[in-house]
Design a protein around this ligand. Structure first.
Ligand code: GLN
Length: 495
């Protein structure tokens, strides 16, 4: 069978179980798609030997009738996840040459469920960015282009390599991580599905830390069913991460009935931003209509502290990042600057960090250090923490009033061209996250589902936000939306 790389997880799983294909065939199909797609710069470390070895092992398990959820399914892993013996650089120069001695819990869970790792995926450096333009490996490129145009488009960030690889069918699915929108925004930009689960659902152990109180891993997939399958395989209670939740992981796929009759869907008025493009307004209104037609009740809601979310995020995330990134000192990991005669330990730290960190990471370290400094801690960091509590309470109030899920746009625009934002004020780039950061600040699950294309043929997505720990219900609402939207567009192959 040709084009096996174009399958989703559920389809491939079903064929494997029926004996109509093998994991080796699926894996070889993805490996050749990857080799033919270097122009996308999505896979930055390829691991064909590991992939084929795991594929053979998976075929043997399937032959024995022991096929766990992801058995034999080839996927990509974001470079932020530590993978044993395989370069894990968080797309940073400072981690050049770093090959962890351990495997992250999430990638181990996936391997235990039989998944086949094809390689590591490009991303923004330390997951800081919205366009994959801060990567030490260079930009990841979206397989999508504007109609009649050959300009390179961003796949979004920070999980840009994951988004590009899944939408270009280089793998069946990929892992992503989301601190302020890095699963949902790239998913929306590339016409795929991405879910950030409730904070604590996935273990953060072995995932290079950006902002520890916000970071969560999640799947990036070709459809909602696949997201349900892969999320379940990724989640677990992990004693190695004290913030991981000791809760049973439901069978998410079994919850996909498509029945959302009587569900209350909130439309938050504060997300109707000034200057929002007409195509986003229209997409959002159409999404609400689709859910209504499927039997849901649409209600207007208010989340009054929304306007403070972005400023609070851009205080809290850099504060935590500046502290987390203090460990990259040239001693313990990766890159160390070449020293000159007379240089001491201070020069070693300074030179290593100046060479190893890119501009955006340096900016965040400086902002973070500033907001945590003795003189400004109360004015910035503590105030941002209070705002965070108010944002969380906004959501709690709405859920307490009976709302089951909240519908918003996933992004304020379609994907932009690479380089189009690089000269702009960094705040322009930060604005990409206006609809997604609230969800991380409140620790809630959020999913992006592709529901349309814009006038230039680029994908657009909507976001659904759910109650904490109710990913199953959220996935089901997303499943209903996906079914109604019937998004089938694919990028034309140019690479
Ligand atoms: N774009 C946001 C940032 O740069 C979010 C990144 C993320 O979710 N990792 O902080």
């Amino acid at each position: 069978m040709s084009d096996l790389n174009k399958l989703g997880l559920a389809e491939a799983r079903d064929l494997l179980r029926k004996g109509e294909t093998t994991s080796v065939e699926l894996t070889e199909s993805c490996l050749s798609a990857i080799d033919a797609a270097d122009a996308l710069n999505a896979f930055v470390h390829k691991t064909p030997e590991i992939a084929l070895e795991r594929a053979k092992a998976a075929d043997a398990r399937i032959a024995e009738g022991d096929a766990p959820a992801m058995c034999g399914l080839p996927i990509g892993i974001k470079d932020l996840f530590c993978t044993k013996g395989v370069p894990s650089q968080a797309a940073s120069r400072i981690l050049e040459g770093f090959k962890p001695e351990y495997e992250s819990t999430v990638s181990q869970n996936l391997a235990d469920a039989g998944a086949v790792m094809l390689g590591k995926l490009n991303m923004d450096e330390f997951a800081m960015g919205s366009s994959n333009e801060t990567s030490a490996y260079g930009n990841a490129i979206s397989p999508w282009r504007r109609d009649g145009d050959t300009a390179d488009i961003t796949p979004g960030g920070s999980s840009g390599g994951s988004a590009s690889a899944v939408s270009a069918d280089l793998c069946l699915a990929a892992t992503g991580t989301d601190t302020g929108g890095s699963i949902r925004q790239p998913a929306a930009f590339t016409g795929i599905t991405g879910i950030k689960p409730t904070y604590g659902r996935c273990s953060r152990w072995g995932v290079v830390a950006f902002a520890s109180s916000l970071d969560q891993a999640g799947p990036m997939t070709k459809n909602v069913r696949d997201a349900a399958i892969m999320l379940e395989a990724m989640c677990s209670h992990d004693p190695k991460d004290s913030t991981s939740a000791d809760l049973a992981v439901p069978n998410f796929e079994a919850m996909l009935t498509g029945d959302i009759k009587g569900k209350k869907i909130g439309i938050p008025k504060e997300y109707r931003m000034d200057g929002m493009p007409g195509e986003i307004e229209k997409l959002w209104a159409e999404g609400a209509e689709m859910l209504k037609a499927a039997g849901a009740e649409i209600v207007d809601i208010s989340l009054p502290h929304t306007k403070y979310a972005l400023p609070a995020y851009y205080v809290i995330a850099p504060a935590e990042a500046s502290s987390n990134l203090a460990r990259y000192d040239g001693v313990r990991y990766g890159h160390r600057a070449t020293l000159e005669a007379g240089d001491g330990i201070t020069e070693m730290y300074e030179k290593t960090r100046a060479q190893g960190f890119g501009t955006e990471v340096q900016r965040r370290v400086m902002v973070g250090t500033y907001v945590l400094s003795a003189g400004f801690y109360d004015a910035y960091y503590n105030r941002a923490r209070k705002v965070r509590t108010l944002i969380k309470k906004d959501f709690e109030d709405v859920f307490a009033a009976g709302v089951d899920a909240i519908l918003t746009p996933a992004t304020p625009s379609a994907a932009f061209g690479l380089g189009e934002m690089t000269d702009a004020d960094p705040v322009q780039m930060y604005l990409n996250d206006v609809f997604t950061v609230t969800v991380n600040l409140a620790g809630l699950p959020g999913i992006a589902v592709p529901t349309g294309v814009n006038a230039q043929g680029l994908p657009l997505g909507l976001q659904l936000i759910g109650r904490p720990w109710e990913e199953g219900d959220l996935l089901n609402t997303a499943y209903a939306l996906e079914g109604a939207a019937g998004f089938v567009a694919k990028p034309g192959k140019w690479w």
